[in-house]
Design a protein around this ligand. Structure first.
Ligand SMILES: C[S@@+](CC[C@H](N)C(=O)[O-])C[C@H]1O[C@@H](n2cnc3c(N)ncnc32)[C@H](O)[C@@H]1O
Ligand code: SF4
Length: 456
C-alpha cells in the first residue's frame, strides 16, 4: 500500500491519455481537407475495419458531476433537425471509406442516446449497416441512463440489434444520486438484467467513486449489489472534478468531495471485493467476468483503447465519429466536430464537414502515442517489442520521448515502477498514477499551461 505522502506527491494534474495527444492539444488549424487526407491514409494503412461512434448529446436532466458532452433536451424540433443532420453527415463521410472495409463496432454515446425513441436509433443503425458489411458478430453498443427507461424500451433495444448495453448506475445509494442531481433506475435493476440476459445481451455497468456523501462503506454496499447482479463488465470511474469544463460541478463543492485518500480506500475496497467475487481486472478500473475478450487481450499484451473505452481489435483504434463534439481517431490524425448544434446543422446542410479542430500527428508523436497507449492499457512496455512493431531501433523509439533515467529512478524509489533498459512496468498498487509515468515521457508536457484533472 502506498503511503499518504506518496499518494499526495503523485496525485497531481495530468492527462488521462484517452488519446495522444490529449484533446486539449487539438488545434483549429486542422481543416476538413486534413480530415479527408487522413481518411485516405486510413483506407490505405488500415483497410480492414470501421468503428463508428454516434454522439447524441441530449439528456432529460443534467447530473452535476457530468464530464461528458451533454445538454438538456429542450424542444423536439431541435432534436429532429439534429438527427436529420446526423444522417446527412453519415452520407457525407461513409462514401469516402473503402467499400472493402467492414464494420466491427457501432457505439452510441452522449449525453444520453436513450433520450431518443428507439425507432430513431434503429434508423441510424440501418443507414450505417446498409453501406458496409460487418465482421462476424460486430459489437453494437449503447450507453443508457436507466432513470428514464421502461420495460418496453429495454426490450426495444434488444430487438434493434444491440448486443452490448452499458447501464449508467454510478451508485445505488439514493442519497448520493440525489446529491448529484440524478434519477435512480426506473425499473429494478435485476428485472433489467433479466430482460437483457434473456436476449443474450452483454451488460456493462458504470460506477463512480469520489461523489459527495460517498464513503468507503457506502460504496462497498453499492459494489456488493453490483456483484449480485453480475454484469459482464463493470467500470469504477474516479470522479474527475473539472469545474472549469463543466460549471455544474461547482454545485457539488458545498456538499463536500471525498479526499484523495478516501477515494483510494473506496477504490481499493471495491477492487478487492470484485476480485474476490471472481472478476478479472482490466486496465486500472475495468472489471470483467472470466473469459472476457478484454482480459484475454490484456494477457496477450494486446489491449488497446479508444475514446469509447478499451477494445481488443487493433483496428477499433480507427474510429469515425458523427455528431457534435465527436472525435474521429485515425492512423495519422484526430478530427473533432463542432460543439454547437446550429453550426453543425448549417455545415452539413451545405455539404461541408462540420470540423472544429483536430491534430495531425508527426512521426515522433505517432511513436509516443504507441508507447503511451501501451503503457496506459497494459501497465508495461517492452522497448524491443515496440521497436519491432514500428520497424525502428530501440534507440530511436526512446529518443522520440523524454527517456529520463533519473526520473525513472525516483519513481522506482517511491514504489511506482520497476524498470531496466529493456522494459518499464507500473507496480500494481501504483496503477492509479500510471498517467504520471506516461506524462513524464511526453515531450508535449514539457511546457504547457493546459489544465488536467488529478489521478485520484
Ligand atoms: C456519457 S457518460 C453517461 C451515459 C449516460 N448518459 C448515463 O448517464 O448513464 C458515460 C459515463 O461517464 C462517467 N462519468 C461522467 N462524468 C464523469 C466524471 N466527471 N468523472 C468520471 N466519470 C464520469 C459516468 O460513469 C457515465 O456513466
Ligand atoms: S451523466 Fe449521463 S445523463 Fe447525466 S448529464 Fe451526463 S450524460 Fe447526461
Amino acid at each position: 500500500m502506498l503511503t499518504e505522502e506518496i499518494i499526495n506527491k503523485y496525485n497531481k494534474p495530468a492527462p488521462r491519455y484517452t488519446s495522444y495527444p490529449p484533446a486539449n492539444f487539438f488545434t483549429e488549424q486542422f481543416t476538413p481537407e486534413n480530415y479527408r487526407t487522413a481518411i485516405i491514409d486510413s483506407n490505405n494503412q488500415h483497410p480492414q475495419h470501421i468503428s463508428v461512434y454516434i454522439h447524441i448529446p441530449f439528456c432529460h436532466s443534467l447530473c452535476y458531476y457530468c464530464g461528458c458532452n451533454s445538454m438538456l433536451l429542450r424542444n423536439k424540433y431541435e432534436v429532429a433537425d439534429y438527427i436529420s443532420a446526423l444522417k446527412k453527415e453519415l452520407k457525407l463521410v461513409l462514401p469516402m471509406l473503402n467499400k472493402d472495409r467492414k464494420i466491427s463496432q457501432i457505439h452510441y454515446g452522449g449525453g444520453s442516446p436513450t433520450s431518443q425513441p428507439i425507432e430513431v436509433i434503429r434508423a441510424l443503425n440501418d443507414q450505417i449497416l446498409s453501406e458496409f458489411q460487418c465482421i462476424d458478430n460486430p459489437e453494437i453498443a449503447i450507453e443508457c441512463h436507466p432513470g428514464y427507461l421502461d420495460e418496453e424500451y429495454w426490450i426495444g433495444l434488444t430487438k434493434a440489434g444491440f448486443n452490448r448495453i452499458s447501464l449508467g448506475i454510478q451508485d445505488f445509494d439514493q442519497d448520493v444520486l440525489h446529491a448529484s442531481h440524478r434519477k435512480p433506475s426506473r425499473m429494478p435493476e435485476h428485472e433489467i438484467m433479466h430482460i437483457l440476459r434473456a436476449n443474450n445481451v452483454s451488460v456493462n455497468m458504470d460506477f463512480m467513486f469520489g461523489l459527495p456523501l460517498q464513503t468507503e462503506q457506502s460504496f462497498s454496499h453499492t459494489i456488493q449489489k453490483a456483484i449480485q447482479l453480475r454484469p459482464d463488465r463493470l467500470v469504477t470511474f474516479s470522479y474527475a472534478h473539472v469545474p472549469w469544463v463543466n460549471e455544474l460541478q461547482k454545485n457539488l463543492e458545498p456538499i463536500g468531495l471525498p479526499q484523495a485518500k478516501d477515494k483510494d480506500l473506496m477504490f481499493e475496497k471495491a477492487k478487492k471485493m470484485l476480485v474476490e467475487a471472481g472478476y478479472e481486472t482490466v486496465g486500472m478500473d475495468h472489471f470483467v467476468l472470466p473469459g472476457d475478450e478484454l482480459y484475454e487481450a490484456q494477457q496477450n499484451k494486446a489491449l488497446h483503447r479508444n475514446f469509447q473505452g478499451y477494445c481488443t481489435r487493433r483496428t477499433t483504434g480507427q474510429v469515425y465519429a458523427f455528431g457534435i463534439t465527436g472525435i474521429s481517431q485515425l492512423a495519422s490524425a484526430y478530427s473533432q466536430n463542432v460543439r454547437d448544434i446550429p453550426t453543425y446543422i448549417t455545415a452539413v446542410e451545405n455539404n461541408k464537414l462540420p470540423i472544429m479542430r483536430g491534430y495531425k500527428l508527426n512521426h515522433q508523436e505517432q511513436v509516443t502515442r504507441e508507447v503511451i497507449t501501451r503503457l496506459m492499457c497494459n501497465y508495461t512496455i517492452n522497448w524491443a517489442d515496440i521497436a519491432k512493431d514500428l520497424n525502428m531501433t530501440v534507440g530511436s523509439v526512446k529518443s522520440s520521448l523524454i527517456y529520463n533515467e533519473q526520473q525513472f529512478k525516483e519513481f522506482r524509489e517511491d514504489g511506482i515502477i520497476e524498470f531496466n533498459e529493456d522494459s518499464l512496468t507500473v507496480l500494481p498498487e501504483a496503477r492509479p498514477f500510471v498517467r504520471m509515468v506516461a506524462a513524464s515521457m511526453d515531450k508535449l508536457m514539457k511546457k504547457t499551461d493546459k489544465h488536467f484533472s488529478r489521478s485520484l
